[in-house]
Ligand binder design. Structure first.
Ligand code: NAI
Length: 260
């Protein structure tokens, strides 16, 4: 089969949550495609150890920098986007950082609700806002890609607090795409399904058992959990010129999880 091979030489890409998991892979794929990558995260080290993402990109011959960032803090996002000016300015903003807190709606603590919404929803809203303003100020419209989820559409057990953030990501993406279309800035989202990363925490024993039994994976028509490598190319496609007529889209990369 043929292969799409978008190139991002001369482009500067920010990937939030780029230290681990999906963000790490996305950052590395952009780096491999020639982009200068700013890896933004709370921490440099991947959650499961190993070489920090920006160093891995540089070891492979690319250009990358780590920028310590808490996406729940708008000032941090502003400093991050400003840092891209050292490389000619931001072309592609990947708002990917996210967290998971499982647990029943009957007893979730208010601080936990606020924390997950601050990172997953507020972080994406302000990531989009700051990136768009910077692109417009420089008269250099680019692409914004947010990480949504199958949870943007579908409720899952003991996940109200998480699912509601991902529902917000879907509508931030669509609303921003509508408003920014006339400026030339495209805003899209990737909606991964069950991807093997270090994301999950806080589920009850019952929910953990369900996950351990692979109940979520059992209903994937393609028959397996996904990997970050499966998801990365969707970001490159949405950022590329091949997607120049695509905006407001939420692209499922889920092995068919949501088709029934
Ligand atoms: P992960 O836990 O492996 O990576 C998330 C990264 O985000 C970590 O490096 C973490 O330090 C960083 N991060 C967390 N809070 C942050 C903050 N306030 N500021 C900056 N960085 C922060 O998780 P994964 O799976 O790679 O998740 C990435 C995105 O994909 C998230 O938005 C998640 O909701 C989404 N997603 C994941 C799925 C999965 O099955 N793993 C499925 C659908 C969506």
């Amino acid at each position: 089969m043929g292969q799409l091979n978008p190139q991002f030489t001369d482009d500067t890409v920010i990937v939030t949550g780029g230290a681990s998991g999906i963000g790490r892979e996305v950052a590395q794929q952009f780096g491999g495609a020639g982009a200068t990558v700013l890896v933004a995260d709370l921490r440099e080290e991947p959650k499961n150890g190993g070489t920090p993402t920006h160093e891995a990109i540089e070891e492979d011959g690319g250009t990358a920098e780590f920028v310590e960032t808490d996406v729940s803090d708008r000032d941090d996002i502003a400093a991050l986007v400003e840092a891209a000016h050292d490389y000619g300015g931001l072309d592609v903003m990947v708002n990917n950082a996210g967290m998971f807190i499982g647990g029943s709606i009957l007893d979730l603590e208010p601080e936990e609700f606020e924390r997950i919404h601050s990172v997953n929803a507020k972080g994406i809203y302000f990531g989009t806002q700051v990136a768009a303003n910077d692109m417009l100020k420089r008269e250099d419209p680019g692409a914004i890609i947010n990480t949504a989820s199958i949870s943007s559409h579908y409720a899952q057990f003991e996940q109200v607090q998480y699912d509601s953030t991902k529902g917000a990501v879907r509508m931030i993406t669509r609303g921003a795409a509508l408003e920014l279309a006339e400026t030339g800035i495209r805003v899209n989202a990737v909606a991964p399904g069950q991807i093997a990363t270090e994301l999950d925490e806080g589920w009850s024993e019952e929910a953990t058992q369900k996950a351990a039994n692979d109940e979520l994976v059992k209903r994937v028509p393609l028959g397996r959990a996904g990997t970050p490598e499966d998801v990365g190319p969707a970001y490159l496609y949405l950022a590329s010129e091949q997607a120049s007529y695509v905006t407001g889209e939420l692209l499922f990369v889920d092995g068919g999880w949501q088709v029934f």
